[in-house]
Design a protein around this ligand. Structure first.
Ligand code: KMH
Ligand code: ZN
Length: 277
């Protein structure tokens, strides 16, 4: 791999605007963030939306508007979260696909999520996978624990390759209840990914203080990167993140040092098979 795909996850569903003022919660803030992050090396944006009170929402009208606004303002690949918040019902999470993004996330199993449970039943996973296949939406398979890679292998075996034919996974590491954000865990996942279809790619993100170790381990293992305020609100000890672009710029810098500069959105589309759907 000679270049690095950088995904920005600017908002998430967990952090509060009152605690993290840099969090983009309005559509204007999201579009500005997207432009800024594209300028410093992001090629994919993983989107969670907020309502007028800055609470997480899966409102279809807002999602549809966000997809249109991001496409108009940037060349970024628009990936909507179907994970939502832990409280979101399955029907609302499935309806996200009606907003017709380029990509959508698809989590490969249930995981304890701090004091909560992020529920992803097998039947729900299959339904998401099949609907994305039908509609030509490219999935990013979210992996919170090693065994979820085995679930992905089972899914592909039983229900076929995703739209576009390319398999891309994102390792979400360091969630309390999931796998740790360590070099050993990245290496274990990399080994398990070798059992998935040839050409499968992965990115990785480490929550909180695991963000830098995971970023460096992923680059070293030939993986790609996800960064953003969804996962990381502290830039360095005692220093809050100023903006999503600050995190993307840092990731781009490390990628360049690793002789794997950020890929353009066009290169990312080619890699992920988005041009083929
Ligand atoms: N907010 C988490 C419960 C995804 O976006 O697909 C789920 C999540 C995964 O963030
Ligand atoms: Zn997310």
């Amino acid at each position: 791999m000679t270049t690095t795909l950088i995904t920005v996850a600017p908002t998430g569903a967990e952090n509060r605007k009152t605690d993290v003022p840099a969090l983009p919660v309005t559509l204007d803030e999201l579009v500005t963030t997207a432009r800024d992050c594209e300028a410093v090396g992001a090629s994919v944006i993983h989107v969670h939306l907020r309502d007028d009170k800055a609470e997480p929402t899966l409102d279809l009208g807002r999602l549809t508007d966000a997809v249109a606004a991001l496409r108009e303002a940037t060349g970024l690949i628009v990936q909507l979260s179907t994970g939502g918040a832990v409280t979101d019902p399955e029907a609302d999470r499935l309806r996200v696909l009606d907003a017709r993004p380029d990509m959508a996330s698809c989590t490969m199993g249930t995981v304890n999520f701090g004091d909560d449970v992020f529920l992803n039943r097998w039947e729900f996973i299959v339904e998401l996978h099949l609907r994305m296949q039908e509609r030509g939406i490219v999935p990013e398979y979210e992996i919170f624990d090693l065994g979820q890679l085995t679930t992905l292998a089972r899914l592909l075996d039983k229900h076929g390759l995703p739209a576009g034919g390319h398999v891309h996974v994102d390792l979400v590491m360091g969630v309390p209840g999931g796998m740790p954000g360590t070099v050993a865990a990245v290496a274990a996942c990399e080994a398990a990914i070798k059992d998935l279809p040839a050409g499968t790619t992965f990115s990785a993100t480490g929550i909180g203080r695991s963000s830098l170790p995971v970023l460096l381990a992923s680059l070293a293992a030939g993986g790609h990167l996800r960064v953003g305020l969804e996962d990381t609100v502290t830039y360095a000890k005692g220093q809050p993140v100023e903006s999503n672009a600050q995190l993307v710029a840092r990731a781009s810098g490390f990628a360049r040092l690793a002789q794997r500069p950020p890929m353009t959105a066009g290169q990312a589309r080619e890699l992920l098979g988005i041009d083929r759907v």
